[in-house]
Design a protein around this ligand. Structure first.
Ligand code: GLU
Length: 518
């Protein structure tokens, strides 16, 4: 049997984490088994749907790398993939079910239903709803409908129970006494009204040849209804698997209370998509019980719906952030530079063109931060000093205080400027990247870098300090303040190479003036 799975979002919001996890598990199952992953948009709720939401959902899934083989945008053999465009086939199925007697017209009025509900509220044990007209003779039912009387169409639930094997939960049994004669076509909107979720989801899953339905646990109550419908339509049902809830604080279903719940939020916060995928994969599933960091290829190869846990998955924000950092450290510098660039641009530090025009330099900047950041969004604040106006680098109070502690600061700044000037834009052999990692080291750092490589510059400076009997803090604190305005941070010599001699000199001179008064 070829595996065909789907994600069937309603376009009424963004990609929340639960939807993303369901999509991921279906996708991994399809990709790992050579099957197909289908996107069907369940856009039948006209009052809540929006085109923006549909676009946001498609963007969110694509950002996670979850590509679909069939869908509203790419088409496919079982279209249309917008549920609202499948209405004719739904109505045709309803006709068939009416003819076979599996469903019936219920002419009960809204008042009658309200009265029944009120009665149930007082009752000790809830009784499932059985429509007043379930045994109306078909000719009479048809004649009343033809005369224009309004009705809902309900599914006839007979006595007994439904048992099925859930891929995640094992054997599930639900007595029919708990299932109402549920509505397949609503009363409102004229005779027949609109079809309901439980009805159309089966019509469409059937028409699209869906072999396995993996979806959230909140749908477990719907499954017996859907299975009875497959039977009524004389069709074999797919296998079902219900994924455990994702739990927030206090063991309750994850909600906005627990912080960000939408995939787009994590994108904007600067999480690598691979980390989001890895984190979602851990919500109810484990690779081997040991490794928590694994690739999508490993997920695809190992994923089996039967290995999903029944127990609710507790959402651990700290682990999520930790995973993000792991992915950032494992990334290539080139990729990290590309991913971080939009955050630096959005922070207003520079333009995308500027970064593109000095790509080697930008990579060296990012390489310097790779070990220190957990999110792309942490980059702008850390590198802002590089883009500052040389005359007005913002000095953090602590950095300035540290610099001013040294009486010799002005002499040091001036003398060190002479020392830097002695390299005089030589552009010598040592114009190396600030970092050695990932092949960036050794590449020329464009953008005015004309100083020796950081290690060499550091050695030369240490010799220069020794000559002057200058302890490191008396050198480092004024120079750090001058160049970065920060009390701590990346290696000073790497910073100088990234700035290049001209900017280094301009900043040393500006600091000479700015730190001169007490
Ligand atoms: N549109 C439904 C939802 O988003 C689909 C449920 C299903 O997978 O059957 O919850």
């Amino acid at each position: 049997m070829s595996i065909r799975v789907r994600i069937a979002p309603s376009p009424t919001g963004t990609v929340h984490l639960g939807l993303a996890r369901t999509a991921l598990f279906n996708w991994a199952f399809a990709r790992g088994s050579g099957g197909s992953f289908i996107l069907r948009v369940e856009d039948t709720d006209k009052s809540r749907n929006s085109a923006e939401s549909q676009a946001a959902i498609m963007d969110g899934l694509a950002w996670l790398g979850l590509d679909w083989d069939e869908g509203p945008d790419v088409g496919g053999p079982c279209g249309p993939y917008l549920q609202s465009e499948r209405l004719a086939s739904h109505l045709e199925a309803a006709e068939r079910l009416l003819a076979s007697g599996h469903v019936y017209r219920d002419f009960s009025t809204a008042d009658e239903l309200d009265a029944w509900r009120a009665e149930q509220e007082g009752a000790k044990q809830r009784r499932a709803y059985r429509g007043r007209d379930r045994d109306l003779a078909p000719e009479i039912s048809a004649a009343r409908a033809a005369a224009g009387e309004e009705f809902a169409v309900r599914f006839r639930i007979d006595e007994g129970q439904s048992t099925f094997t859930d891929m995640v939960r094992g054997t599930v049994t639900i007595p029919h006494a708990e299932i109402d004669d549920w509505v397949i076509l609503r009363r409102s909107g004229g005779p027949g009204g609109g079809p309901t979720y439980n009805f159309v989801v089966v019509c469409d899953d059937l028409a699209m040849g869906i072999s396995h339905v993996l979806r959230g646990e909140e749908h477990l109550v719907n499954t017996p209804k859907q299975l009875l419908l497959y039977e009524a339509l004389d069709s074999a049902p797919p296998l079902f698997g219900h994924l455990p809830l994702m739990l927030g604080s206090g063991g309750k279903k994850l909600s906005k209370r627990d912080g960000h719940t939408s995939v787009g939020d994590y994108r904007d916060l600067g999480y690598p998509p691979e980390a989001v995928v890895n984190f979602l994969a851990l919500q109810g599933w484990a690779l081997d019980g040991e490794r928590e960091v694994f690739s999508v290829a490993e997920l695809q190869a190992a994923f089996d719906p039967r290995a999903v846990s029944k127990a609710g998955a507790v959402f651990d924000q700290d682990k999520f952030m930790w995973l993000a950092g792991e992915y950032i450290r494992a990334a290539s510098v080139a990729e990290l530079a590309q991913r971080c660039a939009p955050f630096v641009v959005a922070a207003g530090l520079t333009t995308a063109d500027d970064l593109a025009s000095r790509a080697d330099w930008w990579r060296a900047v990012v390489a310097q931060e790779q070990e220190r950041i957990r999110l792309y969004s942490e980059i702008p604040e850390r590198v802002a000093y590089l883009f500052a106006d040389d005359e007005a680098v913002p000095y953090a109070p602590k950095a300035e205080k540290n610099a001013r502690r040294h009486e010799s600061r002005l002499d040091t700044l001036a003398a060190f400027a002479d020392f830097i000037a002695s390299f005089g834009g030589a552009g010598g052999a040592g114009v190396a990247g600030a970092a050695g990692a990932d092949g960036v080291g050794g590449a020329a750092v464009a953008g005015g870098a004309d100083l020796p490589a950081p290690a060499e510059l550091s050695d030369a400076t240490k010799a220069w300090m020794a000559e002057r009997e200058l302890p490191f803090p008396a050198f480092g604190q004024p120079v750090r303040c001058a160049l970065t305005g920060l009390p701590g941070g990346p290696d000073l010599f790497e910073t100088m190479v990234l700035l290049g001699s001209q900017k280094t000199l301009a900043r040393l001179a500006a600091a000479g003036a700015r730190l001169s008064t007490d």
